[in-house]
Ligand binder design. Structure first.
Ligand code: AMP
Length: 418
């Protein structure tokens, strides 16, 4: 019997897996430089956290959660997203009593029982950032700029920012009612009709052409914003422009989670086909109260690591540098292995990336491995070298070879590679 990774999941293997690490680092780096602290929360939580936090009517909660009963009889769910967990942790640790805003970032695995397709998986990885405790348009703009800087630092040129405001509890109800009136008059199937009553904004997100065609004249949220929301949104837009970040207004941008208010945004990449969102986020001023916490406004994003790797691939930017080393050691025989092993350890301790030939390969096989390793230098040790107290240092790009006394190898290689 053999096993495969479960449907909708896959393994990142070298050399592509190197890019996963690079993407995670690059997406988190701007937030870290902006004072966001690292938070790590459990991969599973009380089911209620997500049903209340993400929203009972969302696809995530109704169809996509990995929910199980623990041996102790508690209903737990593998996290489908990160924001609810971060807000839960902030409340649990009472951080809202300290300096505000609280700025946190995270990185990890998320789980959704989705229809698996290219770019849409059941296990995926995100880097996220959240800022809680301040309702300040500069914070919304800061997060957006940080995400765009992260994508740019990877060399991506085709990430576009879509921007919208979903209003607040003052202006959203009137918009919702206007949208419902409009939608009820359309020719829609029963499931969509039900959605009109529960979560009408989500109908705007329908991708089916026959539905889209009917939505052309749908009322737009941006025409229904209250004065405060309009002013807030203008401020966010102005700050983005001032920071040199272009955006596209998208009054139809709604997001799949119920907790969003005011600023919402998505980062899309045009080389990815249907699953074009490489990241998204927004403001969620009511979330803390929804999960039993104090009033605590917040804004954040989650960027998809897997899709960002696909975007790099689409732009021809995949760096294939898996496990490349500077030096490759080739012992010829058992005594040579015994002597070269501590030399390899010493070279590594000196900060060089070093691999060696294993499995008692002959010189031909070992030199092939040295070439494949991408190393600049091979360090070869045969019986005659042992007698001479030296190793052969071979430059694999020029094939020049020199004998270097054992005691000097670390310094010589460090010097040549610096
Ligand atoms: P969301 O919380 O749904 O807005 O997700 C934020 C980002 O995570 C998306 O823009 C995607 O890049 C990524 N993402 C979400 N769901 C998946 C999935 N099922 N497979 C791969 N990436 C995903």
């Amino acid at each position: 019997m053999t096993f495969q990774a479960p449907k909708g999941t896959f393994d990142w293997m070298p050399p592509r897996s190197e890019t996963v690490l690079a993407v995670r680092d690059a997406l988190a780096a701007p937030a870290r430089r902006a004072g966001y602290g690292y938070v790590e929360t459990p991969a599973f939580e009380d089911t209620g956290l997500f049903s209340r936090g993400v929203g009972e009517s969302t696809d995530i909660v109704t169809k996509e959660m990995y929910t199980f009963t623990s041996r102790g009889g508690q209903s737990l769910t593998l996290r489908p997203e990160g924001t609810a967990s971060v807000v839960r942790a902030v409340i649990e640790h009472g951080l809202y009593g300290g300096p505000l805003p609280i700025k946190l970032w995270y990185s990890g695995s998320f789980f959704r029982y989705e229809r698996a397709q290219a770019g849409r998986y059941r296990h995926f990885s995100q880097v996220g950032a959240e800022a809680l405790g301040a309702e300040d348009p500069a914070l919304d703009a800061e997060l957006i700029v940080l995400a765009m800087d992260g994508y740019a630092s990877l060399g991506l040129r085709r990430v576009r920012l879509l921007l919208n405001s979903l209003g607040c509890k003052e202006c959203r109800p009137a918009y919702r009612a206007a949208l419902q009136d409009f939608l009820r008059a359309l020719d829609l199937d029963e499931a969509t009709r039900q959605r009109i009553e529960i979560n009408p904004l989500r109908v705007l997100d329908d991708k089916r052409p026959e539905v889209r065609a009917q939505l052309a004249d749908a009322p737009l949220v941006t025409d229904h914003l209250c004065g405060a929301c309009k002013a807030y949104h203008e401020e966010v837009r102005g700050l983005l422009t001032a920071a040199g970040v272009p955006y596209e207004d998208d009054p139809r941008l709604v997001r799949g989670l119920d907790y969003y208010t005011r600023t919402t945004f998505e980062f899309v990449h045009d080389g990815l086909g249907a699953q074009s969102a490489v990241g998204g986020g927004g403001r969620y001023d009511g979330l803390s109260e929804m999960i039993g916490g104090p009033q605590l406004p917040g804004v954040g994003w989650a960027l998809g690591v897997d899709r960002t790797v696909l975007a790099l691939e689409a732009e021809g930017l995949l760096a294939e540098r898996a496990g490349r080393v500077d030096v490759f050691a080739v012992p010829l025989g058992e005594e040579a292995r015994r002597r070269i092993f501590p030399l390899v350890a010493a070279l590594r301790r000196a900060g060089l990336a070093v691999d060696m030939s294993f499995g008692g390969r002959g010189v031909k096989g070992a030199m092939k491995a040295a070439d494949r390793s991408g190393a600049r230098y091979a360090v070869i040790l045969g019986d005659r070298d042992i007698e001479a107290g030296a190793v052969q240092v071979k430059d694999l790009t020029t094939a020049d070879q020199t004998a270097v006394p054992f005691a000097e190898v670390v310094d010589v290689l460090k010097g040549r590679l610096s």
